[in-house]
Write a protein that binds this ligand. Sequence first.
Ligand SMILES: Cc1cc2nc3c(=O)[nH]c(=O)nc-3n(C[C@H](O)[C@H](O)[C@H](O)COP(=O)(O)O)c2cc1C
Length: 170
Amino acid sequence: MDTMEALFSRRSIRKYKPDPIPEGVLRELLEAAMSAPSAGNQQPWHFVIIHARKILDEIPSFHPHSQMLKEAPLAVLVCGDLKLEKHIGYWVQDCSAATENLLLAVHAKGLGGVWLGIYPREDRVAGLRKLLGIPEHVIAFSLVPVGYPAESKPPRPDRYNAMKIHHDKW
Ligand SMILES: Cc1cc2nc3c(=O)[nH]c(=O)nc-3n(C[C@H](O)[C@H](O)[C@H](O)COP(=O)(O)O)c2cc1C
């Protein structure tokens, strides 16, 4: 799948088959996430791979829009490490870039996933800190359930909007 095809056909997938994700495929997904650009190339991210059914089932108790975790074979939590930041505040953009790379790789490998927002919702950040034992200087940023899709969606919603484009001045 070429890059333009991948980004035009990616959709949020929220229903998954129970089949496990092969280790080699997971490794490729993480390599894609870590290939993202980052401010000063600081790569201030960590990734927590969550396989444990008990943990996946617990998250919807404090994240109201994450029910799909109950059928996902795994989820990847993207975290920002404030100790790895050289350019203060850019960790949010760095983790966003890693999350989008991860989503595109998930799609390119024939898998499905969805970006679940964690940061800046304090209750979700705190819930994951407690559940996973995340240290104080690390902030849970986004959570991506991954599985083989059990739903299909039309590939390319047309979101091009000429009203959002400005030439040379606002
Ligand atoms: C920052 C962010 C937070 C999101 N949080 C959730 C979420 O908590 N639950 C969910 O089901 N989808 C979540 N989404 C997915 C969006 O709902 C989805 O991307 C949007 O509806 C567009 O659909 P598409 O991804 O299929 O193009 C989030 C997306 C982003 C970028």
